[in-house]
Design a protein around this ligand. Structure first.
Ligand code: ATP
Ligand code: MG
Length: 423
C-alpha cells in the first residue's frame, strides 16, 4: 500500500520539506529513512500528529549531524542511544538508529544493538504502533506493516506483538490502557489474557518509569477514563494499595480541567489521585514513584490542608483570617482542595486567597515607615503586619489611609504583641 498522497496532504508543507531533505541526505550516505510509530498510526486514523519519529537504517546521529550542518536545525545528539533531535523554528524531529532489543529479565532495560527496520518494529509495544512509511525515493510512501497494524486499526484492536511483551516491559500494560481509552479500542483476546496474567510484573518496573507513564496518562484529554479502567483491571492496587479509580476521581478531574491553566494540570491530577490517602499511604506512594521534592511538598500540603478545611467553613471569616490560615500552604495544594471540597463556602475562601488575598501588599514600605519615624526592627514588623491586615480587610485603601493608620499606631507607642495568627 502506498501512502505518498496521504503524507503530502497530511503534513504541513514546511515539515514535509524538512523530512524530504533528511531523506535526501540519508540517500547520499546510503541509508534509508522511515516515518514510524504514532505518526503512521495517526495518519491512517486521520488524526493530526506532527511529533515525527524517524527511524534510520544506519547511524542516525551521523545523519542528523550532516542535516544540521546544511540547515538551520539545532542538534541534540545521544551517541550512546544512537538517537538525535533536530530542532527547527517550528518543529522538532526525532531520529533514531534502527535497533534490535533483547530483554535479559522482566523489567530490566533491554540490551540494544543496531538492527534493521524490521528489528526496530518487532521491539515495539503494539501492532498499531509498529508500522512505518518509507521516505526513500525509490519507494516513497510505501507502508511497512509486518504485524497487521493496519488491519488492527480497522478492527479497533490493541494487540501485542508476542506473548512475552508485557512481562518484558510491564509499562506496556499502562500504555495499552491509555491507547484503549484514547481511541475507544478493545484489547485483542489474547492480549487481554496476557495483560491479566502479567499484572504482577508491574512490580519489576522502576518508580521513574511508572511515574513517566502516569505523566503520559495525565496528558490525555480525559485521563479519568484511563484511571478508572486501570482500577477495573486491577492495575491500580499494584502501583499502590490505596489507589482508586472511581466516580469521585472522574468528577474532580473534570472540574480541574475547567478551572486551571493546562500547564499545571498533571500536578493537579497527581494531587487529586492521592486525596483520599492516609499519611502513610502517601509516603509509600511518593517513595514508590520517586516523586520530585516539589510535587511531594504539594501532595503532603494537600492532605495537611484537607484536615484543616473545617476551619475555612465559617461564614464569619475575615479576609485576613483566611490569609493567615492559608499562607503556609503551596498554592497547588490550595487549588486542589478548592476542586475537591464540596462546601461552596470553603471553595469560595480558597479561591479568594488564590486570586486576590495572596497578592495583597501594603503601599507603604519600610523606607517610608522610617521616614514617618517608625524604627526598623520588631516595631516596624508589627506596624507592617497591622497595615497588611487592615489592607486585606479593606479597612485601609489608599496610601494616605495607611499613613494615617501608621501614625496612629506610632502615637499609641505601638509595641504590644500583634494578635496571634489564627491556626
Ligand atoms: P503518542 O505519543 O500519541 O502517545 P506514540 O506512538 O508517539 O504515541 P510514544 O510514547 O511517543 O508514543 O513512543 C513512540 C513509539 O515508541 C511508539 O509508537 C512505540 O512504537 C514505541 N514505544 C514507546 N514506548 C514503548 C515501550 N514501552 N515498548 C515498546 N515500544 C514502545
Ligand atoms: Mg509520540
Amino acid at each position: 500500500m502506498n501512502l505518498a498522497r496521504q503524507i503530502e496532504q497530511y503534513l504541513p508543507r514546511q515539515l514535509l520539506e524538512l523530512v524530504k531533505d533528511i531523506s535526501g541526505q540519508a540517500a547520499k550516505q546510503g541509508k534509508r529513512v522511515y516515518l514510524v510509530g504514532g505518526v503512521v498510526r495517526d495518519l491512517l486514523l486521520g488524526y493530526p500528529n506532527f511529533d515525527l519519529d524517524l527511524v534510520v537504517e544506519g547511524d542516525a546521529v551521523k545523519l542528523a549531524q550532516r542535516v544540521a550542518e546544511t540547515s538551520r536545525a539545532k542538534l541534540l545528539a545521544h551517541h550512546r542511544f544512537g538517537t538525535a533531535k533536530l530542532r527547527y523554528e517550528n518543529f522538532t524531529l526525532d531520529l533514531a538508529t534502527a535497533r534490535k532489543e533483547t530483554y535479559a529479565k522482566p523489567g530490566a532495560l533491554p540490551t540494544v544493538t543496531p538492527g534493521t527496520l524490521k528489528d526496530d518494529l518487532v521491539r515495539r509495544d503494539f501492532s498499531i504502533n509498529a508500522m512505518a512509511i518509507s521516505l526513500a525515493a525509490n519507494d516513497y510512501g510505501e507502508l511497512v506493516d509486518p504485524y497487521q497494524g493496519k488491519s488492527d486499526l480497522e478492527h479497533r484492536l490493541i494487540r501485542v506483538l508476542h506473548t512475552g511483551s508485557f512481562s518484558d516491559d510491564a509499562t506496556r500494560i499502562l500504555r495499552a490502557v491509555r491507547y484503549e481509552q484514547r481511541f475507544g479500542f478493545e484489547f485483542e483476546a489474547q492480549t487481554a489474557q496476557l495483560l491479566k496474567r502479567d499484572l504482577p510484573t508491574l512490580d519489576t518496573i522502576s518508580g521513574d518509569r511508572i511515574r513517566h507513564e502516569l505523566e503520559l496518562i495525565f496528558k490525555e484529554k480525559q485521563p479519568e477514563f484511563v484511571i478508572n479502567r486501570l482500577g477495573e483491571l486491577g492495575v491500580l492496587p499494584i502501583i499502590s494499595p490505596f489507589l482508586k479509580g472511581d466516580g469521585w476521581i472522574a468528577e474532580k478531574f473534570d472540574r480541574a480541567r475547567r478551572l486551571k491553566k493546562p500547564t499545571q494540570l498533571p500536578s493537579l491530577y497527581f494531587c487529586l489521585l492521592i486525596y483520599s490517602f492516609s499519611k502513610t499511604g502517601i509516603e509509600q506512594f511518593l517513595a514508590r514513584l520517586n516523586i520530585s521534592a516539589k510535587l511531594s511538598r504539594a501532595m503532603r500540603d494537600t492532605l495537611r490542608l484537607k484536615t484543616n478545611l473545617p476551619l475555612l467553613d465559617r461564614p464569619s471569616l475575615k479576609p485576613s483570617e483566611i490569609y493567615y490560615l492559608l499562607r503556609e500552604y503551596e498554592p497547588l495544594a490550595i487549588q486542589v482542595n478548592a476542586i475537591a471540597s464540596d462546601s461552596s463556602m470553603v471553595h469560595h475562601h480558597l479561591q479568594l486567597f488564590l486570586t486576590e488575598l495572596r497578592y495583597v501588599r501594603t503601599s507603604l514600605n519600610g523606607e517610608e515607615l522610617k521616614r514617618l519615624g517608625i524604627s526598623a526592627g520588631p516595631e516596624m514588623g508589627q506596624v507592617l503586619q497591622v497595615l497588611h491586615k487592615a489592607k486585606l480587610d479593606g479597612e485601609v485603601r489608599t496610601k494616605a489611609d495607611e499613613k494615617k493608620l501608621a501614625l496612629s499606631l506610632k502615637a499609641l507607642d505601638f509595641h504590644t504583641d500583634p494578635e496571634p495568627p489564627v491556626e
